[in-house]
Design a binder for this molecule. Structure first.
Ligand SMILES: [Zn+2]
Length: 97
């Protein structure tokens, strides 16, 4: 593959240039970028154990729900700069195959 996962401050690799993603475990700091990769055109395979894939689905849906709640709070109290809010909603969360 030749590219490592993005780190803070480093430019993200082009999603379309990636051949595959290896998910070692389902912590949000590892799987949380997957929806953004898919949004930006990544269509390659994701390699993970069955348990990691299943847990990542739970973590991503939970994260999406928390984002929705935070966006609703931001809209309600007028501190959101996005109209409508740009979210990874549970419906947009990639599902494991
Ligand atoms: Zn971790």
């Amino acid at each position: 593959m030749g590219q490592s996962a993005p780190t803070r401050g480093a430019p993200a690799p082009s999603a379309q240039a990636l051949h595959a993603v290896v998910l070692t475990h389902a912590h949000l700091d590892h799987c949380g970028y997957l929806p953004r990769l898919v949004h930006h055109g990544f269509r390659g395979p994701l390699f993970a154990t069955a348990d990691t894939a299943r847990l990542a689905g739970i973590v991503l849906r939970d994260s999406a729900r928390l984002q929705e709640e935070e966006a609703a709070h931001a809209n309600e109290h007028g501190w959101s700069k996005h109209r409508p809010p740009a979210l990874c909603t549970p419906a947009r969360t990639p599902s494991a195959r």
